[in-house]
Ligand binder design. Structure first.
Ligand SMILES: [Zn+2]
Length: 173
């Protein structure tokens, strides 16, 4: 035997599974229904169809409230803009001035170290170094093959460059 109940709104008989008791609803929804139907109590039943109606009304109210808040914020903003009581701050400029000497050096080195100019000049230096140490034309080979001293310099450059890149104050510049 299926339990039935009367909807508080249209007084029609419904299956109990086809709606909810007021006690099961959220407090706002309960309040809204009780406002329209003062005789409603916790055990009153409301059918799904009317429940959807109340939920939509509630949603409309929430949206309307949001719009209202939006308008208030816009009004405040317009007032402030109209009064010119604000100060325009160039955040990038402020940051630039607040950088320490070390950070600026790190920025410069990282910028140069990541450029094509650096890569090309680096390759050129290596080739000249190897050329001088291999070609018989130069009698004094200060770093003969396999260029151990050059290898040491390359390692040192890499060791210094890594922390400099990490000290950089901003990326992508
Ligand atoms: Zn109903």
């Amino acid at each position: 035997m299926v339990k039935t109940a009367f909807c508080i709104i249209d007084q029609q008989r419904y299956d109990m599974t086809d709606g909810m008791r007021l006690a099961e609803l959220g407090p706002n929804l309960q309040a809204a229904i009780k406002k329209d139907y003062p005789q409603a109590h916790d055990n009153s039943f409301i059918c799904s169809e009317h429940l959807v109606h109340y939920r939509l009304v509630k949603m409309d109210q929430m949206i309307a409230n949001d719009y209202q808040q939006n308008d208030q914020i816009n009004a405040q903003l317009s007032k402030i803009l109209a009064n010119h009581t604000y100060q325009v701050v160039d955040v990038n400029n402020e940051l630039e001035h607040s950088l320490t000497f070390g950070q600026r050096v790190a920025d410069g080195v990282a910028r140069f170290g990541g450029s094509w100019a650096f890569i090309i000049s680096f390759i050129a230096v290596m080739l000249v170094w190897m050329f001088i140490n291999v070609v018989p034309l130069f009698t004094h080979h200060f770093d003969p093959y396999p260029f151990i001293l050059l290898n040491l310099f390359l390692s040192m450059v890499a060791a210094i460059q890594a922390p400099l890149i990490m000290m950089r104050s901003k990326s992508g510049r």
